[in-house]
Ligand binder design. Structure first.
Ligand code: MRU
Length: 345
């Protein structure tokens, strides 16, 4: 299962809005195609958004037909278009900045094809880095998973949300591969249903035992002693450890603390935004009311009811037991330890 795949001149995107009913692929051959796929959440999940945007940036150069001297202005427009697709996941901006740096380094190169090649190579590197980071997150994360653990997760932080393997689901994959008899509880994750549609589908393909629950059941399961551990992904981690992730994550973290259950965030360092001092300033995407008023186009509320649809929330650092990264597990105090982690090679 691959969320994205570079085909040489286009990006093949598995349309996640249609899963798990059908596996439909869209071939993005322009940067605008990629921008729309990110906006419509055909490709979603912080690391997958970053990698897709990197290929989108490369496509901006590959499809450019103007003169060499017009390239810089054109690529600025490409950057700006891709940068406005989704505001919360910092991986988008991390990947676009890497692409921009490569373009800047190539500013003295006359040959357009050579520049195009450099950009595709960098997008490939971004994708490869993500694969590598997820495997390492899985390995470190396995260390905190007890034998026979019942693990609760929210949204989808799996292979579909990354280039391969996943972050939070990578931890579960790694524990399962190590022979631990784990069981995953997947929150359905209203309104986009990433948990119901994507996480269960992914885990079932890998034969990892999973039970789907509605979002409002988590507290009851914890009270019944059915959950040993919570592991979720992240869209942006501020330098004090405050973490933006799918709406509903904050409630889970508070519930976990009230029940004495460990709450871990699994994310690559590309999700850490040291420039953001705290979670207060993380931009939270607000999506269309339609996503709440309807389920798969079927109305479930009065068509003109007012709706508020924030796509993410911020979990304050004090609720987070640890942050599992490809460089190791970071523990509080995050303001000190995240900085140390980021300067370590
Ligand atoms: O709106 P989405 O589906 O892009 O949100 C995804 C999440 O919140 C994930 O938990 C996060 O991006 C981490 S994915 C490894």
């Amino acid at each position: 299962m691959k969320a994205i795949e570079w085909l040489g001149n286009s990006l093949r995107i598995l349309d996640q809005t249609k899963l798990p009913m059908v596996s439909i692929y869209r071939e993005a051959s322009t940067y605008e195609d990629v921008a729309e796929a990110i906006e419509h959440m055909e490709v979603r999940g912080a690391p997958a958004i970053g990698a897709a945007a990197a290929y989108g940036f490369a496509l901006g150069a590959l499809t450019y037909t103007g003169p060499r001297e017009g390239l810089a202005d054109h690529m600025e427009a490409v950057y700006n278009r891709l940068a406005v697709t989704r505001p919360t996941a910092v991986n988008l901006f991390w990947a676009l900045r890497r692409m921009q740096d490569v373009l800047r380094e190539a500013r003295d190169m006359e040959d357009l094809d050579a520049i195009r090649l450099r950009l595709v190579e960098e997008a490939d590197k971004i994708a490869e880095d993500d694969r590598r980071m997820n495997r390492l997150i899985g390995q470190y994360g396995n260390g905190i998973v007890p034998e026979k653990a019942a693990i609760l997760t929210h949204c989808n932080a799996g292979a579909l949300a990354t280039v391969e393997y996943g972050t939070a689901l990578g931890v579960m994959r790694s524990a399962h591969a190590a022979g631990k008899d784990i069981h995953v509880y997947a929150d359905e994750t209203r309104p986009f249903l990433q948990g119901a549609r994507l996480t269960t589908w992914e885990l079932m393909q890998d034969k990892i035992p999973v039970t789907l629950i509605a979002d409002n059941m988590a507290g009851f399961l914890m009270q019944q002693g059915k959950i040993d551990l919570v592991v979720v992904g992240a869209d942006r981690i501020a330098s004090n450890g405050d973490t933006a992730n799918k709406i509903g994550t904050y409630s889970l973290a508070v519930l976990a603390q009230a029940h004495g259950i460990a709450f871990y965030v699994a994310a690559p360092t590309s999700t850490i935004d040291l420039k953001m001092p705290s979670g207060q300033d993380i931009p939270i995407e607000e999506r269309q009311g339609k996503e709440i008023r309807e389920v798969f186009g079927v109305p479930i509320a009065p068509p003109d009811v007012q709706v508020y649809n924030p796509a993410f929330d911020v979990t304050p650092a004090k609720y987070i037991t640890g942050i599992i990264t490809e460089k190791g597990i970071v523990q509080p105090p995050y303001s000190v330890n995240l900085l140390k982690l980021m300067v370590r090679s």
